[in-house]
Ligand binder design. Structure first.
Ligand SMILES: [Zn+2]
Length: 87
């Protein structure tokens, strides 16, 4: 017998550094357990030379890596929410 449950994790970004690092051999040498690396938001796999963004989360969820497009979108959304906070 098997019971299957799907768990949803809600991420709440606190900050975003768009140009945290560059993906390539140096990245793989330092972090062999995180290769291949994919964007946590869109699941696109990084290729050598891609910019790796880093997203810090609220509620003690580990930092996540994001591709440039997703990191820029997260950064822009955070800036918007800071400028126009919800009431
Ligand atoms: Zn992405």
């Amino acid at each position: 017998m098997f019971i299957e449950k799907i768990v949803t994790t809600v991420f709440e970004p606190a900050w975003c550094k768009v140009d945290f690092s560059e993906y390539g051999q140096a990245w793989r040498d330092i972090r062999p357990d995180k290769s291949p690396l994919a964007c946590f938001r869109c699941d696109r796999e990084f290729e050598d030379g891609d910019t790796v963004g880093l997203v810090g989360m609220h509620r003690k969820i580990c930092n996540q890596t994001a591709c440039r497009d997703c990191a820029e979108a997260i950064r822009d959304q955070l800036h918007y929410e800071q400028k126009y906070p919800s009431q």
